[in-house]
Design a protein around this ligand. Structure first.
Ligand code: AMP
Ligand code: ZN
Ligand code: ZN
Length: 403
């Protein structure tokens, strides 16, 4: 069965290289799927015939390095804009924006759809501005009007929408008449993140979920192959971040170091928090955290190490604190139990994500060294023949995967 699936995928992609059909050349296509929290090495732990065959007919990156903080909303919007979270403004999943006098939260629909929070130019808007239709299915930022625009096809977030229905949406879009048909599609599914949090990244439950997702991606390709334009489609399957195992012994209680009476407020949750101190209290709060615990890190605004590209946006406030991989930072009164999480430094390999790609734009059997997720933006621009706005990504880092 595994062999058949591989052969099917392989044969069809191979046949696309020397396309001898009589179709008129049209604009290129790119379909980007994000599977939330799909750690770079999950396919090594599970039986994943679809991912394995994708690697053979296309590109597999050693890993995709997310941006700090390695959380869902900052990273999906980084992939969409090619900007680090500091530069696009979605600095955490939940934060206060002093520049707007408003709070953002991933669990408040009215804030998710508020375009004021989102900087940069998401790639669906770049496409639309250059006369190319685009579609999004639940990508972060896609249900907001950013600079007064959104994709031609989009809908409000609905986690309950089954996988099959998501595939149907793509099939329907790609079957539209040319003037409505999206050439860029960005879609999303919330697993294996949820299972990874609940059971931990090394659990049998994660293996089972990864195998389920592999089958889902296999079903997706089965449907795609039925489309007359299949040979023209480029695919990327990626993720926002990985997952680290937590241990009940590795817990730092923040109240041992921080007097909350000295704070105006704080944003975020384990393992990344941004603190706003009361006037005159910054030095004391900083000194009480700094070097007080071997696994707790703290930086003042503007002093976060350069390689993290973080802590200069007004929305990150006065202090950024985080912990070493695997360590939880909790307030003692608000302890939460989970066996896995993400948000840690992006130099930690457990935070790295998957990246697979296949289609006429991509080389075959190509292994791409680890690269930054900001580079997906110029890569998409190159594939779609779009003029991309300046970003933090660089095409030179990724063009080796293209034909
Ligand atoms: P987290 O693991 O806390 O960083 O966030 C993951 C969660 O974000 C997922 O389980 C989804 O419920 C949620 N999520 C992802 N994309 C969206 C979206 N576009 N709109 C609303 N919620 C989303
Ligand atoms: Zn995520
Ligand atoms: Zn998560």
């Amino acid at each position: 069965m595994k062999q058949i699936a591989y052969l099917l995928l392989f044969t069809i992609f191979l046949s696309s290289c020397g396309s001898n059909n009589n179709e008129q050349p049209t604009k290129p296509y790119l379909i980007i799927l994000s599977l939330d929290g799909f750690r770079w090495d999950y396919p090594e732990k599970a039986n994943t015939p679809t991912f394995d065959s994708l690697a053979r007919v296309g590109v597999r990156a050693e890993s995709l390095k997310p941006s700090f903080p390695t959380k869902t909303f900052p990273n999906h919007y980084t992939i969409a804009t090619g900007l680090y979270p500091d530069n696009h403004g979605i600095v955490l999943n939940r934060f206060h924006a002093p520049d707007l006098g408003k709070n953002y939260s991933i669990s408040k629909r009215e804030t998710i759809i508020d375009g004021d929070f989102y900087g940069g130019t998401p790639m669906w808007n770049v496409a639309e501005m250059q006369g190319m239709k685009s579609a999004t299915l639940f990508w972060v930022g896609a249900s907001a009007d950013v600079n007064g625009r959104h994709a031609s096809h989009w809908s409000l977030y609905n986690e309950e929408l089954p996988m099959d229905s998501r595939i149907d949406s793509l099939v329907n879009w790609l079957s539209l008449p040319e003037k409505e048909k999206p050439h860029l599609i960005m879609w999303y599914y919330h697993e294996p993140d949820a299972v990874g949090h609940h059971y931990g990244p090394n659990s049998p439950e994660v293996v089972a979920e990864v195998e389920k997702l592999d089958a889902f991606v296999g079903d997706f390709f089965t449907e795609m192959r039925k489309l007359p334009i299949f040979n023209q489609l480029n695919f990327i399957i990626t993720s926002d971040h990985g997952m680290a195992e937590l241990s009940p012994e590795k817990v730092i209680f923040l109240d041992e170091f921080i007097d909350t009476n000295k704070l105006e407020f704080w944003d975020g949750s384990s393992p990344v928090l941004n603190l706003k101190t009361k006037p005159g209290e910054l030095e004391e709060v900083y000194n009480n955290i700094n070097a007080k615990h071997d696994h707790l890190l703290v930086w003042k605004h503007g002093e976060v190490p350069e390689e993290l590209n973080y802590g200069n946006n007004i929305r990150t406030h006065d202090l950024t604190i985080t912990s070493d991989s695997g360590w939880s930072i909790y307030w003692s009164w608000k302890q939460r139990k989970s066996l896995g999480t993400h948000g840690f430094l992006n130099s930690c390999k457990d935070m790295h994500a998957i990246f697979y790609a296949a289609g006429p734009a991509f080389k075959q059997e190509h292994i791409q060294p680890t690269f930054n997720n900001v580079d997906i933006y110029p890569l998409a621009g190159k594939i779609l023949d779009l003029e991309m706005p300046d970003s933090d990504g660089e095409i030179k880092n990724v063009k080796g995967m293209l034909r």
